[in-house]
Design a protein around this ligand. Structure first.
Ligand code: ZN
Length: 465
C-alpha cells in the first residue's frame, strides 16, 4: 500500500452510514477510502500518515454535478433575455455548428477548473454540437482527463434542425464511447440532445443502439411548456410519453429537468427506474418553471443537481446550484421545509451518484469507495462559527471556501488553487478560441469579443442574434 493520507475536519459529513462526525477524519490510500471516524481514533490507526486539515473545516464527499454542457464553455454571459427555444435557435445551435475538438478540449479544461474550484469531483456532461465529422465531443474527454476529473460524457445529438445522416451520428456515439473507455474515470452514455430535436428516424435508432450496446442514456425531458405542446402536436403525446414509446425507458435513463411532468409521468419514470437532474439556476435564468423535486423524490426517483451549461446558468459554481435548489423549492411552495440543506447536500452527493449509477464508487465517504472528497476551510467567515454544518455548507459557503479537492485520492485543488494547472494560462488559452467561435457562428450581436476595445460604450446594445 502506498502512503496513507488523513483528511481532518471539525465536521465530516460522510453522507454514508457513519453519518456526521465531529472532529472526524477520512483515511485513504491508492485512491480508496480505508477508514472514516473520529480523528483521534483514525490518527491512532495511521500514526505516520500526513494530515491535511484541522478541527475547524468541513469535509464532505466531492460534489457530483449531474448535468452540464461543456460544449457551451466559451459562451457564458449571453442571451439572458431569451426563452429556451429562442436561446437554442439563436445562440447555442449556431455555435454548435462550429465547435472543434480543440475548442472542446480547452473549454472543458477551463470549466473543469471552475468545477474543481467549487468542490466538484465528478461531472456528467452532455456535449452538444452539429459540426459534422469534427468528433468535437471527444474533446470534452480530452479536457476532463487533463483536469483529473471524474466524469460521464454523452454526445447530445440532434438532427432535426441540421440534417445529419443517422449512421454518422451513431458513429460519433461509438467513437466517444471508445474514447471514454480509454480514459481513466470517464464513463459514457448515449446522448439524445432533446427528444424534439431528433427526427423520428434518429430517435428510434438511438434507442435501439442503446439497447443493443447496453448503454445508459442521457437526455433532456419536459424542460419547458412549449416542449410539451410541440410534442403533443407532433406525436399526440408528451416528450416523456414519446421517450417511452420509442423504448428510452427500457434502458437506464437520466433525464435533465422534468419540470413539466404530471403525476402519471412521475409514476412511469419511477417504474422505469429512471433518474432526474434538477438544474435550478438554468430553470430560473430561462424562466422555464419549477421542477417538482419533492414529488419526484417521494416517488423514489433519484434526483441529482446540475449546474446545466455555461450558456444557461451561466457559471459552473456547483455550491451556488446547491443553495438555489433549496431556495427555489422553499419559495415556490411557500414552505421552508420543502427542501432542506440536508436534502440538497444528499442530492449533490450520494443521490447524484445514484442518478449516474456510480453510487457503489462515490457519493459518500465510506471504506471501499473511491477517495473523492472536498475540504472547506474553517478560517473564513462562512465556517467561522459552525452551528449546523449542513446549513452552513449550503447557505454560507462559496468557492472561496473550497480548500482542497481530491479525485480518486489525487489532490487536484490544494489550499484553494489548482495543483496541476495554471488557472491564468487556462483562461488565456480560451480567449482566442472564444473569439473565433463567436465570429464563425455569427454571434457578434451577443458578444463584445468581436468588437474592437476602443468602441466599447457605456450602455451595451441589447442582445440580438
Ligand atoms: Zn441541459
Amino acid at each position: 500500500m502506498n502512503q496513507v493520507t488523513l483528511v481532518r475536519g471539525g465536521h465530516v459529513l460522510t453522507m454514508g452510514p457513519a453519518g456526521d462526525l465531529e472532529d472526524g477524519a477520512v483515511a485513504f490510500a491508492d485512491g480508496e477510502v480505508l477508514a472514516v471516524g473520529p480523528f483521534a481514533e483514525i490518527a491512532g490507526r495511521f500514526p505516520d500518515a500526513p494530515v491535511v486539515g484541522d478541527d475547524r473545516g468541513v469535509v464532505l464527499p466531492g460534489l457530483v454535478n449531474a448535468h452540464t454542457h461543456l460544449s457551451e464553455a466559451l459562451l457564458c454571459g449571453m442571451g439572458e433575455d431569451l426563452t429556451l427555444f429562442e436561446w437554442g435557435q439563436r445562440l447555442v445551435t449556431p455555435a454548435g455548428r462550429h465547435l472543434t475538438r480543440e475548442m472542446a478540449r480547452v473549454g472543458a479544461m477551463l470549466k473543469g477548473a471552475e468545477l474543481l474550484l467549487s468542490g466538484v469531483s465528478c461531472v456528467n456532461d452532455m456535449f452538444c454540437h452539429t459540426n459534422q465529422g469534427s468528433l468535437a465531443s471527444l474533446g470534452a474527454v480530452d479536457g476532463l482527463e487533463a483536469m483529473g476529473l471524474r466524469g460521464v460524457i454523452a454526445f447530445g445529438a440532434e438532427d432535426a434542425a441540421d440534417p445529419w445522416p443517422v449512421a454518422e451520428v451513431l458513429s460519433e456515439h461509438h467513437a466517444l464511447a471508445g474514447r471514454c473507455a480509454a480514459a481513466e474515470r470517464i464513463g459514457f452514455r448515449l446522448g439524445v440532445g432533446t427528444v424534439l430535436g431528433q427526427t423520428d428516424e434518429l430517435l428510434g435508432a438511438s434507442a435501439a443502439e442503446a439497447r443493443a450496446n447496453g448503454w445508459a442514456v442521457h437526455t433532456h425531458l419536459a424542460e419547458v411548456k412549449e416542449e410539451v405542446v410541440q410534442a403533443r402536436l407532433r406525436w399526440g403525446e408528451t416528450t416523456i410519453g414519446r421517450a417511452g414509446s420509442v423504448g428510452l425507458l427500457e434502458v437506464p435513463l437520466l433525464a435533465a429537468h422534468c419540470v413539466w411532468v404530471h403525476q402519471q409521468e412521475i409514476a412511469a419514470l419511477a417504474r422505469a427506474g429512471a433518474a432526474v437532474v434538477h438544474n435550478p439556476v438554468a430553470n430560473m435564468i430561462l424562466a422555464s418553471g419549477v421542477c417538482p423535486v419533492p414529488a419526484l423524490r417521494q416517488a423514489g426517483i433519484p434526483v441529482g443537481i446540475g449546474t446545466d451549461g455555461p450558456a444557461s446558468n451561466d457559471s459552473q459554481n456547483m455550491l451556488e446550484a446547491v443553495k438555489v435548489a433549496a431556495l427555489l423549492q422553499k419559495l415556490a411552495r411557500l414552505d421552508p421545509r420543502a427542501l432542506t440543506a440536508g436534502d440538497v447536500l444528499a442530492m449533490a452527493t450520494l443521490e447524484g451518484a445514484r442518478a449516474l449509477g456510480l453510487d457503489a464508487l462515490i457519493g459518500s465517504l465510506e471504506p471501499g469507495k473511491r477517495a473523492d472528497l472536498v475540504r472547506l476551510r474553517g478560517d473564513r467567515p462562512g465556517l467561522a462559527n459552525v452551528h449546523d454544518p449542513r446549513q452552513q455548507v449550503v447557505y454560507c459557503c462559496s468557492p472561496a471556501d473550497v480548500a482542497d479537492v481530491w479525485v480518486d485520492g489525487v489532490r487536484r485543488v490544494a489550499d484553494g488553487r489548482l495543483v496541476d494547472h495554471d488557472l491564468a494560462a487556462l483562461v488565456e488559452a480560451s480567449r482566442p478560441l472564444a473569439a473565433e467561435l463567436i465570429t464563425r457562428a455569427g454571434l457578434d450581436g451577443f458578444s463584445r469579443l468581436a468588437r474592437p476595445r476602443a468602441s466599447s460604450r457605456a450602455n451595451p446594445e441589447p442582445a440580438g442574434g
